[in-house]
Design a protein around this ligand. Structure first.
Ligand code: GRF
Length: 200
């Protein structure tokens, strides 16, 4: 069964959606640990609920993170509200030489390539655009630049919706897209998407 780790720094609603999907779905993919660069983030409670080991590492000690990867031996990493850029030595751990990608996925709250980096909901809300969206993508060495797997847009109606409303709407989609990505790993379809050139 393929093993995965979740990397998260915050509340962990995406981690929760992933763990829930795996718990109810009788699926052939296992999240072996939730790893965090925070000591006691909200995501820890979610990991505990699903009886998934939680471990933290010092935020700029990537050798410590590498040690955890060697301990849990995952094939995949799911970034779910992990706010740092992973250095190459960590990405290389997940390199898939057949498909020439790192088996690392990230959820980003904008329609990439628009609004990469931090505070993407804010960037979109205070822009002139009447729509934004969510992107699920493979991670590469850049900031939110890896091959795009799934995207879904939503409208922004500033007369009726606050920034908080937009975040709530977007997070629901984040969870849907991560669930979809997990399912496509299970079926092997994720690599067909790359092969078919569906991935931008
Ligand atoms: C999400 O909005 C995600 O898109 C961004 O960080 C947030 C994490 O939320 N990268 P959560 O911790 O999964 O609830």
């Amino acid at each position: 069964m393929p093993k995965a780790v979740i990397l998260a720094s915050g509340q962990g609603s995406n981690a929760q959606a992933i763990l829930k999907r795996l718990a109810v779905g009788n699926m052939s993919l296992e999240v072996v640990a939730v790893l965090s660069d925070k000591k006691n983030p909200g995501v820890k409670e979610k990991a505990d609920f699903f009886q998934t080991p939680f471990e933290s590492f010092h935020f700029d000690n990537f050798n410590e993170l590498l040690g955890l990867l060697k301990k849990y031996n995952p094939e995949w990493a799911f970034l779910a509200g992990y706010m740092k850029i992973l250095p190459k030595k960590i990405l290389e751990y997940f390199y898939d030489s057949t498909y020439k990608v790192y088996r690392v996925l990230n959820i980003h709250p904008s329609l990439l390539p628009s609004f990469p980096g931090l505070n993407a909901y804010e960037q979109a809300y205070y822009s002139l655009s009447d729509q934004s969206g969510i992107t699920l993508h493979f991670v590469d060495e850049g900031v939110d630049t890896g091959p795009i797997l799934f995207q879904k847009s939503f409208l922004i109606d500033r007369a009726k919706e606050t920034l908080e409303d937009i975040k709530k709407k977007g997070q629901k989609i984040e969870h849907e897209l991560y669930t979809q990505a997990i399912e496509s790993i299970e079926t092997g379809h994720i690599f067909n998407l790359l092969n078919q050139g569906r991935v931008k």
